[in-house]
Ligand binder design. Structure first.
Ligand code: SF4
Length: 86
């Protein structure tokens, strides 16, 4: 489970819709790029080039579904969601 206390500070936590769950990554990310392959509109490499972050929160239902798929497929459970909704 991703650790909110270890969240990368360069995640973009700005909501695009009211009340939406917010995705983020933590420092256990191993930069495998699975998340950015599944949801490239949300996840991408940090400017620090050693981890992935959320560049923008999902803006529609399809994007939200891709983010949940990315969360499910992260091999080290480095993707968190706030608030937990399931
Ligand atoms: S899937 Fe997980 S480990 Fe892989 S780049 Fe994304 S956050 Fe990092």
């Amino acid at each position: 489970m991703a650790d909110p206390d270890a969240m990368w500070e360069d995640n973009n936590l700005d909501a695009t819709q009211p009340g939406q769950p917010l995705f983020w990554t933590d420092t256990s990310c191993i930069l495998c790029s699975i998340c950015s392959a599944i949801a490239p509109e949300t996840f991408g490499i940090s400017s620090l080039e050693d981890h992935c972050v959320v560049h923008s929160q999902p803006s529609d239902a399809q994007g939200l579904a891709r983010c949940r798929e990315a969360e499910d497929n992260c091999p080290v459970e480095a993707i968190g969601i706030t608030p937990p909704s399931r």
